[in-house]
Each structure stands twice: as C-alpha cells, then as structure tokens.
Write a protein that binds this ligand. Sequence first.
Ligand SMILES: [Cu+2]
Length: 217
Amino acid sequence: MPFQSAFHQLFTQDATIAAVVFGLVVLVLLTSILLSWWRRRRGCGPSHRAEANKLEISYVALLLGVAIFLMITSVNANSRDFPDPPRPVLRVQVIAYQWCWRFHYEGQPVTVTGQCEGGSLPVLVLPVGRPVELDVTSVDVVHAFWVPYLRAKMYAYPGHTNSLTITLSHAGRWIGRCAQLCGLYHYQMDFYLQAESPAAFSRFLRARGGAPAAMTR
Ligand SMILES: [Cu+2]
C-alpha cells in the first residue's frame, strides 16, 4: 500500500532526526556537567560570562533549519496523490464503542466482538492478498482505529464513516489499539488483526453462518 511506504519513510526520517537531536542534547549536558566538575576541582568557580550570543544564534539557526526541513518533507508527503485503492472484495464495518470494538462483515450474518475489559480481545480476521475495505465508525464518542503494523490510523466518529482499503501481504496476527483518548478505559481498547489464507478465511466465515462464495471474485 503506497501510503504505508510514504509514512514509513517519513517516520524513519523523523525518528532518526529526533534520535540525533536527543543524542546531541545529552552530549552537551554531560559535557557541561563534566566541565563544571573539572573547574570546581581546579578551584575556579563557575564562569561569569552572561552571554554567548554566537553559540546561541548558531543553536537557534540549527534548530530552525531542522524544523523547516521537517515541515517541508511532511507537507510534501501529505500532498502526494496516491492511486485509488483496488475495488474491495469484502467490506467490514469497524464499530468502536466505549470501550471495545465490533467488526461486522457486510452482507454476512457475521459480527465479531470481545471483552476488552476482561482481556479477551476481539479479533478482526481478514483474508491475505484480497483488498478489504474497513468502514470505521463509532456509536458514542470519538475513537481511532490504529494498527501500528499497517502504518495506518483512522478516526472513528459517531454518525460518520471513514473508509480505508487494505491488502494484507501475508498471514499473521498484529495488535491494534484505540489511538484517541476516549474515556476512563481507553487503555483497554485493544484488538487483534489476524490475516488468514483465503481458504482459512472462508472456513472462518462458514463456521459463523456466513457465505464465503459471496466474497471471492
Ligand atoms: Cu479510545
């Protein structure tokens, strides 16, 4: 999925810059502590210099340069046009509520939910290699559907549906979370995304009274 690679690129770049800046700050801090300790040992007190204009201006210029670079690359990535996703073979309604999730397979008598509070998390089972549209909504307050593995997040608003088409490349199981503070038990709003081979996915639907033939094309 093209948006995944755009996000991945930007995230890697930003995380690298953040790590370098953090390293520099720690280095300057440690050097200052060591220098001050060294001066005290030699009997000289702290420096009486009140200003270090050149140093401060270079510091501000460096930070400004980094901020401008981050802004330009972010705006560029955001303004990129991505090709329309392929036509989905399956639509799943992702319904968020305080404080768990419900997944309804459209056109099928299949709805999956769980007990986030008790730790039995709902599992969103999807077929590998097939485009699936996730229609994300909420029945109460604003939540956000977030699967870190997918590099994608979608807000779940009450009375509105946000759609996201994904194609999973291989079988696996990944954690998903609510990424919008939505109340007291927000932290419990986790779920699993599980990708199965189309045959296993058909079995999953059939076991719940679904008709998998309706999905394949
Ligand atoms: Cu939440």
